[in-house]
Design a protein around this ligand. Sequence first.
Ligand SMILES: *Cc1c(COP(=O)(O)O)cnc(C)c1O
Length: 385
Amino acid sequence: MKKDTKIARLGRPHAKDRPVAVNPEIVRASTILFPDMDSYDAAGKEKYTTLRYGRHGTQTAFALADAVAELEGGYRAIVMPSGLAAVSASLLAYAKPGTHLLMTDNVYGPTRNLCESYLRPLGVDVEYFAPRTGAEIADLIRPETVAIYCESPGSGTFELQDIPAIASVAAPRGIPVMNDNTWATPLLFPSFEKGVDISIHAATKYIVGHSDAMLGLIVCSEATWSTVRNMVGLLGYSTAPDDCYLALRGLRTMGLRLERHQQNALKVARWLEARPEVAAVHYPALESHPDHALWKRDFKGASGLFAFTLKSNDHEAARRFADGLDYFGIGSSWGGFESLITLPHPTRNHEASVDDRVLVRLHVGLEDPDDLIADLAAGLTAQFR
Ligand SMILES: *Cc1c(COP(=O)(O)O)cnc(C)c1O
């Protein structure tokens, strides 16, 4: 099956034996009833993959997990109530007092907060590595290193890690490589071909795709599955079937949406690059991006999220610029059909950054890019000329 056929077919009921609706049912359940004690006990041995108790998921959650695991090339997936829950459960599965965790320095702010506010006080030695690291990660590995955590590209400053090079160092030592793959989705970065062991998604973003539900996914290799699944079981995370249904619905058009997000984002990014107010545009799909060659080698496309640095360090003017835009909403998250703007603070969550110039992050949505460009042009001219 080719990619688009998979997107259309995975996680759906089969009409082979009985008439069925096109989409899976929304099964709402806490208690699942069994005919006898033996079948109840038997289901307990497979409680994470078959119906046993609502907290572990019903058919709706299993359909989503199976579809995404197969799309990304992983062994199995776990549906989580948010992207950050997917991050925290993955890290907690490996980080114990006395262990050493290698984290990319361009990591999502709340992931860093979890490391600093909880894991470090717990006795985990959290070490941040430069966001453009590859095989040099070998110099940082210690006997007590339990995981290498990547985010490529980072969702604020967009540096790429060389994940195949990191994996070639980590695999022989038995250290799992985790990667927050939210930006690329299961479609644009084939995690398991590239050596990732645990792929983490804020499904809230492109998979749901319509800014109307919170959801996370953890896709595991066979070797990491039971460790991560047992931790999720211990912590008691559970996801509403209605939200899983929305994610499955979003998934059906994700391939199409991503193509258009990339087309629109490239047009806006190229236009920004040529503007006199702009110092640099941080979008791996641009030839000028320092990691463009790596992106071309490893990714099958780009999504619609990128950032740019202005020549100005007038942060008040930047706030007025954002306030004055008509088509870019001000708000957290991204990956929906609509365009968004935020003003990230890289110095707050990025050790390496000492740049005081204004950083602007855009999510380029499915609007006509010419309207978006006209909106940005008016704002840049009004505030920075
Ligand atoms: C949004 C985001 C998350 C967290 O997802 P939520 O569903 O908002 O909890 C994790 N990683 C990245 C890169 C994100 O952008």
